[in-house]
Design a protein around this ligand. Sequence first.
Ligand SMILES: [Zn+2]
Length: 145
Amino acid sequence: MGNSLSITSDVDKPKIFECPSCKQTIDTASTQCRFCSASIDPAIAEVAAVRMARINRACSDASYLKIAALCAPAFLVILFVPFMTFMGELGLIFLEFAIPIWIILWCFRFLNIQTDDPDFRRAKKTVLIVTIAWVFLVGFRFIGR
Ligand SMILES: [Zn+2]
């Protein structure tokens, strides 16, 4: 784990991918799929593994974004708690700026992934919902001012 800060570390190299013929998750080190016995080209396996890692990253980033967005209602409630207004205000200002940056970065990194992976589709939907929620939040706050 001592090398975990290094981006190019071997530890971080994706080692699993989807078998092209049966779609089961298998190891890039195998020369044959252990589910359907299809032979595996190591070069193709590596490309597929990198791609799968990107999709997984896109999904986890989207879920972090969702968690951050879910803080907004909590901050809105805090606004009405005596002596806590400042904290609520601070949190909302942070989210108003951080969420769009986060969304743009996500789109920039992951939107060009071509896949029909259901998890990735769900992640895209999550980002879209957060975008809509953000528009409502900012709109609501603008009217409130
Ligand atoms: Zn297979």
